[in-house]
Design a protein. Structure first.
Length: 404
């Protein structure tokens, strides 16, 4: 066994900061909501590996999900080996393959892992449909309704000149004999049932006769139905009605919904300064370890400060950017804008203080990188029984191996 992986440990032997901490109990709480939605609606749920692919917690997710969906050869292989049939020959989990564009030299390997393959364009469909048919793999096509629920242009699949999917109904109708389903992903952090339902109604109005000729429809991810006040039963009823109306199996691809609130990045304060406001520098980096927040220009939520117990409790951090005695927390990279956020803190930070930033699982761990050669956070898992596993630690040799 690799000495750096799957190590059993205790609180006293936690790795030095920074490290990602995943809470299996929080993950299971999300899983139970997803399973309830599937039970009520008849939909199937696939974990979106593009959002979260830390396979060390897949064992607690498998009982609740129907499989995985991917965006590349590496992801579809990971889903197959760690969640799907590659892990257990009796496992009935599905492994869906999708990519914006497949290359000719990888398509056969992709098909060797996939239960379904979804092509982004008609040209890709025409290029590889015969290989899929030869292996008996059902084929789908990404549909772009040219409308979306996204407040971020960078994440909007319906943005002007989008390459994500086909929108011409006549062209789609012409290849219906080559496909059994479609994938429609046009939501991003959408917490409004009404907005989702209206968007689906628009899709039905424009593509209803196409949908009626299919066997399955994936409605993608980005639906924030795990929020405490989300009308889950209404969503289930809407999905069930859609499924029955068109005679299709509905798939959902929850990514953030699967692990929301289940991960944190635990850091230590290395230095404090003052430049018109209080400044602190921690031993992690927003660019290297929580890149999605930098891309979307959002602040990292603080989950806890100086909680010695691994059972950290949330701390309410009101953010008021115009207050002089606020504290700006910086990462340790050389990027001037490496900023976790600005916070009104109950006390001034001191060197050695521990700060845990919340929501550090989705679109975070999959994007971590070695910018500046900064130490990669270890991956720590709090299991359902309360025990702690240091799943993986990284060192200089990992950094060196990532280069050439």
């Amino acid at each position: 066994m690799n000495a750096k992986t799957s190590l059993k440990t205790t609180k006293s032997s936690l790795p030095p900061t920074p490290y990602y901490l995943l809470d299996e109990a929080a993950i299971v709480a999300n899983m139970q909501i997803i399973a309830r939605l599937c039970e009520l609606s008849g939909a199937k749920a696939l974990l979106a590996l593009k959002c979260f692919a830390t396979w060390g917690v897949f064992d607690v997710m498998q009982p609740y999900l129907h499989g995985t969906t991917s965006s590349s050869l590496n992801e579809v292989r990971l889903g197959y080996e760690t969640f799907g049939k590659g892990k257990d020959s009796d496992n009935e989990k599905e492994t869906h393959a999708y990519s914006v564009a497949y290359s000719a030299d990888e398509i056969d390997e992709v098909l060797s892992y996939a239960d379904k393959i979804i092509f982004n364009s008609i040209s890709q469909l025409n290029a590889f449909k015969e290989q899929a048919a030869a292996k008996g793999i059902p084929v789908g096509l990404r549909l772009n309704p040219k409308t979306s629920n996204s407040s971020f242009i960078i994440a909007d699949p319906a943005r002007p000149f989008s390459r994500l999917g086909e929108h011409d109904k006549d062209k789609i109708a012409a290849v219906l004999s080559d496909i059994t389903g479609v994938m429609i992903h046009n939501n991003c952090e959408n917490d409004s049932f009404e907005a989702f339902s209206d968007s689906l109604a628009d899709i039905e109005a424009r593509f209803g006769d196409v949908l009626a000729q299919l066997e399955w429809v994936s409605l993608g991810g980005g639906i924030h139905f795990i929020a405490p006040d989300y009308p889950l039963e209404k969503l289930a009823e809407r999905l069930k009605g859609f499924s029955e109306k068109y005679g299709v199996q509905v798939y959902l691809e929850p990514g953030e919904a699967s692990i929301h609130g289940a991960g944190s990045l635990v850091t230590s304060v290395l230095d404090t300064m003052h430049n018109e406001k209080n400044l602190a520098v921690v031993d992690a980096s927003i660019e290297a370890h929580m890149l999605d927040l930098l891309i979307y220009r959002e602040s990292a939520p603080i989950a806890a400060i100086n909680k010695e117990s691994i059972n950290i409790l949330p701390v309410d951090m009101a953010k008021t950017a115009d207050v002089v005695d606020n504290t700006i927390i910086y990462g340790r990279s050389c990027l001037a804008g490496d900023i976790f956020g600005e916070y009104a803190l109950p006390n001034q930070l001191q060197v050695g203080d521990k700060i845990a930033f919340g929501n550090a699982a989705g679109y975070t761990m999959v994007k971590k990188n070695w910018f500046n050669g900064i130490n990669m956070p270890a991956i720590v898992i709090r299991r359902l029984d309360g025990s702690i596993d240091v799943q993986r630690e990284f060192d200089y040799q990992d950094y060196k191996a990532s280069l050439s």
